[in-house]
Design a protein around this ligand. Sequence first.
Ligand SMILES: [Zn+2]
Length: 350
Amino acid sequence: MPFLQKRFYKDSAYRDTGSLSKTASPSIDLPAKTNLFNLSGSSVKKSSRTANAMTVDVEDYFQVSAFENYIARESWSKLECRVERNVDAILESFSNKNIKATFFTLGWLAQRYPHMIKRIVADGHELASHGWEHIRVFHQTPEEFRADITKAKQVLEDTSGSPVLGYRAASYSINKTNLWAHDILREAGYLYSSSIAPIAYSEYGIADAPRFAHYRSGEKKVDGPSDDAILEIPITTMAVPTKNIPCGGGGWFRLYPYHLSKWALQWVNQHDKQAAVFYFHPWEIDPEQPRQKNLDWKTEFRHYQNLTRMESKLDRLLSDFNWCRMTDVYDVYAGRSPASTDSTVTLMQR
Ligand SMILES: [Zn+2]
């Protein structure tokens, strides 16, 4: 068995709580943090070193789903691109705080900005797939989806020289209507997906989906890992008596006061005893981005609210918690036979 693969198998110990989060292992590069969870007046005061997953959905300001009806895909290549400079700023910030993260990146961007991809990987971050050009899965046929995720994986791997194990659907667009996507993701060689929001929210989300990492085979949740099951790692929510509330990033993070987000994530770590999965976009730290005109008020609010405050909020978040790559927090190789991981191991060694 190749060395790297052996190492991942060795790290497959889980907590007694049934969590899929890894216990500390030699492969986890944990940033040193000691002053966590000190929110005064809260019942969650004790120190913790919970490893949470920090993720970045790498897309530019004109590629967001909310702009689909305003900006034609055919015009993307003529628009001012700001993703490279924004990703550079994120890389610098992560480097200053000794944080390694996972970058779910569009294949479309990897093809045009290969140096950006190489910088992400050179800094020790995990490169993952955000599909080819941000088409939501519920707008694709199974055949279109297969072509999309296969092409994105191939281009990301060829550009970076690193295996791409993870996938995140555009706008969390795997819902109850397209759970077939899980089988296609496994067949294409992905080991995990972070594409279900366990909330009830207009087009996306599955309100009664499990809130934490679990295995799925096709439409079914299954008990454990196997070659045909994919690990789904949902974006973090907080459970209140009647529903789940999003607290894992996006527009919600910009909307809430920082202390509310911090408290919710602490609650997940301390009371649910689970890792949190957080996400943001490069365009969210860029208040100078070209402003799209004639938007409806809801789209305008969702995209532009509190952009000027995002960087300072994010800075506090990065300092207040312990952030790692998805593959540090979750053992994505668990239960895979050597045959199912051969291609990724080969890629890691070349
Ligand atoms: Zn996206």
